[in-house]
Write a protein that binds this ligand. Structure first.
Ligand code: UDX
Length: 456
């Protein structure tokens, strides 16, 4: 099949690469000239395992090419995918300006029947509006169909998610368009949910909001476990073995971040208020998520006091999750900023996100380190903020002598609390009463914080 993919962000670039790998002829389109040149040269604008190999292979065999001209990209295509960004606007709604612009241009360039497929995450009612805009902008009276085909890719795993999706959702009011879409996806042998536009649009938001709900639920269970002396990790394991619940997205931590969950959950809530409905559960999910990082930071300030000037924290992890260089809405970055706000100096390390983090955090009071041990060396305390597997395998014996106080604040429950405590660390994690919490509870209220060995 001949396919045009508009937008070369996560969704568009991965989509273009995988569609071409399935033997289709793909032209990727983006207005960013520099980005297109970089991709053509084999340099990926995003860190995504496995992606560059697939892109390069298919550029070489002629299945994948790129252009900055939409009319050129569209001219021969049977399907045109819209994969442009829908960031959060000031009001919390999705900003759809890029979608409207591309829809106008598609209308102006349409010369024969094509299926226009919307992969960007868009609120209910958007596909109908896209159809109207394309129609209003037609220069030649041409038949076309619009299809909603939301994506469910996770960053860091998008190649495997695209190649082996749990399901494909296709929202359309046209049997002709549905048959084109079936030809593209049927070979995967995975369930295809065929439905109306609005349900397809809603499935995407509902899925992300439900996963965010699981995270906020387990984070709030963690609050309860800390108070009731239970262990949230064990509770999650016990719950997750129930097939109806499932084990995934039950890791307590510092809250969810990233380019999707925060914006999509907020946008779903806005959709509900726009429909004069107060979606109380979603409001709670957002509130719990926003508080989660504050609970974590308060453990640090209860232990060390609210004036952290003169103290240095080793920060391991800046990306919003493991396996990505992405720091958009990263809770790790938010925690780093909160600690700076209390006057702390930071020695930071992330396996992939250093460049992006430096742009966001700047240089003042922050040392960017080449590895985890360099960050820890000479710091007062260790703070783990992203669930990179390499942080779970820290040599605890080695870091004991490197830290000025033997304290660890583990925001992702990566370390084995019993082992950490047995080595003499004061340990804090999420959702479990550790020796750190015991110690805080024994202190009189109004305690100024720990007095460091050297009197600082
Ligand atoms: C998410 C959805 O999973 C994906 O289907 C959708 O297309 C885009 O949004 P992504 O943003 O890549 O994908 O990240 P995901 O792996 O879902 O994690 C989101 C956030 O939740 C991260 O900050 C992560 O650290 C956090 N998280 C995840 C938890 O705190 N606990 C968990 O158990 C799982």
């Amino acid at each position: 099949m001949k396919i045009c993919v508009v937008g070369t962000g996560y969704v568009g670039l991965v989509g273009a690469a995988i569609f071409s790998d399935w033997g289709n002829r793909i032209i990727g389109v983006d207005i960013d000239v520099e980005k297109i040149e970089r991709i053509k040269g084999g340099e990926m604008p995003i860190f995504e395992p496995g992606l560059s190999e697939i892109v390069l292979k298919n550029i070489k065999n002629g299945n994948l090419s790129f252009t900055t001209s939409l009319s050129e990209g569209m001219s021969d295509a049977e399907i045109v995918f819209i994969c442009v960004g829908t960031p959060e606007s000031d009001t919390g709604h999705a900003d759809l300006s890029a979608i409207w612009k591309v829809s106008q241009e598609i209308g102006q360039n349409l010369g024969d029947y094509k299926v226009v497929v919307v992969k960007s995450t868009v609120p209910v009612g958007t596909n109908e509006k896209i159809k109207r805009i394309i129609k209003e902008n037609l220069r030649i009276q041409t038949e076309f169909d619009v299809v909603s085909n939301p994506e469910f890719l996770r960053e860091g795993y998008s190649v495997e998610d695209m190649m082996d999706p749990d399901r494909t959702v296709i929202g359309s009011d046209s049997e002709r368009a549905l048959s084109v879409m079936r030809r593209l996806y049927e070979h995967l042998g995975k369930p295809i949910v065929e439905c109306d536009f609005r349900s397809a649009e809603m499935i995407k938001y509902a899925s992300n909001a439900f996963l965010a709900t699981k995270i906020s639920f387990i984070n709030e269970m963690g609050q309860l476990c800390e108070r009731a002396d239970a262990n949230v990790n064990v509770v999650a394991k016990g719950m997750g073995l129930d097939n109806r619940i499932g084990p995934r997205f039950l890791n307590a931590g510092i809250g969810y971040g990233g380019s999707c969950f925060p914006k999509d959950v907020e946008a779903l809530y806005k959709t509900s208020t726009d429909q004069a409905y107060d979606f109380k559960l979603i409001r709670g999910v957002m509130e719990v998520n926003s508080m989660q990082k504050d609970h974590f930071v308060s453990k640090i300030t209860r232990y060390f006091g609210k004036n952290l000037s003169g103290k240095t924290f080793a920060i391991l992890g800046l990306a919003f999750k493991q396996n990505t260089d992405d720091i958009r809405e990263s809770v790790a970055i938010k925690v780093a900023k909160l600690l700076r706000g209390f006057g702390a100096n930071l020695r930071v390390y992330d396996p992939e996100a250093m460049y992006n983090a430096k742009k966001e955090l700047g240089d003042a009071g922050i040392t960017y380190c080449l590895d985890k041990y360099e960050a820890i060396e000479g710091s007062d305390s260790l703070v783990i903020l992203t669930e990179w597997p390499e942080f779970a395998s820290l040599d605890l014996g080695r870091i004991k002598g490197m830290l000025k106080t033997s304290t660890i604040f583990d925001g992702r429950n990566l370390l084995d609390s019993e082992k950490v405590e047995s080595l003499g660390f004061v340990y804090f994690c999420v959702g479990k009463r550790t020796n750190g919490l015991e110690l805080l509870d024994k202190r009189p209220t109004g305690h100024p914080g720990v007095i460091l060995k050297n009197g600082r």
